[in-house]
Ligand binder design. Structure first.
Ligand code: GLN
Length: 266
């Protein structure tokens, strides 16, 4: 298939309610990397006006972070047919990147610092609890070695080395994983809870992480993994992406690793 025939629809969960700390950067990054390769790309907001049918037609899903109050509004809307459509999408392997507040809602529940427990969709076997307004938030740079087996393998094939992600976290909630696989191991920063060394989760083709919206611009190979996975699933063909000029992004990673004094061979 020629690149002009390829088409992707990015579903963006609640863009106005869930887009803290640059999370729209993830949408822009996927969109641009598709356009640079000549694919047709559409961004579909999956917000209060969207229907279950809208959710069913997306090829890739992006969900950002939110404050506790916004998370509650989202969960009041994401019920019934819409919740089911999202569950089926993720279970069927639609790739996605879910940041901070989004994974909290894909888990069993999120307990905010103030107020009532918000029931999640239970797609990811994990729970998140904010220990209270007086507890320190987890804020700062984050470096993670991807350990989720299949993703780690794919990314190391793309990179020719161990896949490290660089990002930035800002959350009060602490996440404890059940049986779901962690996305990776914290090399620098706090990750899921600052205690067990895990960061994020990986389920089917959904990447859940505490790393905010510069995640994909800072780690463009992850954006390409998402795009490639989405295209292969949609067209059922072994589509391989053409390379893009990523020298600056890769040099920026090196600079951050040096600045944080983390010894990674990336
Ligand atoms: N409200 C959640 C927390 O503080 C998520 C915050 C966010 O998405 N940045 O843990």
């Amino acid at each position: 298939m020629s690149s002009q025939e390829l088409e992707l629809t990015i579903g963006w969960l609640y863009p106005t309610l869930m887009s803290t700390y640059g999370d729209r950067g993830n949408v822009i990054c996927i969109e641009r990397r598709c356009l640079w390769r000549g694919y047709n790309v559409k961004v579909l907001p999956l917000d209060q006006k969207a229907t279950a049918d809208d959710i069913r037609q997306v090829d890739l899903i992006v969900g950002g972070g939110a404050q506790d109050r916004q998370q509650e509004i989202v969960m009041r809307d994401l019920q019934g047919g819409k919740a089911e459509a999202l569950r089926v999408k993720i279970e069927n392997g639609t790739p996605g990147v879910f940041t901070c507040g989004s994974p909290q809602l894909l888990g069993h529940y999120y307990e905010p610092g103030l107020g009532q427990r918000i029931e999640g969709l239970g797609i990811l076997d994990m729970v998140s609890v904010h220990p209270g307004e007086n507890t320190r938030r987890c804020i700062g740079n984050l470096v993670v070695e991807v350990t989720a087996t299949r993703l780690a393998q794919d990314l190391s094939n793309m990179l020719g080395g161990t896949p490290y992600l660089i990002g930035f976290e800002n959350h009060g909630g602490r996440t404890k994983l059940g049986k779901v696989e962690a996305l990776g191991r914290v090399v620098y920063g706090l990750g899921n809870n600052g205690e067990d060394g895990t960061e994020g989760a990986f389920y089917r083709n959904a990447i859940a992480t505490y790393s905010h919206g510069p995640l994909l611009p800072k780690n463009p190979f992850v954006a390409d993994w998402l795009i490639q996975t989405a295209l292969r699933l949609k067209y059922q063909q072994p589509i391989t992406l053409s390379p893009l000029e990523d020298t600056l992004a890769m040099e920026a990673r090196e600079a951050m690793f040096k600045r944080l004094k983390v010894n990674v061979i990336a």
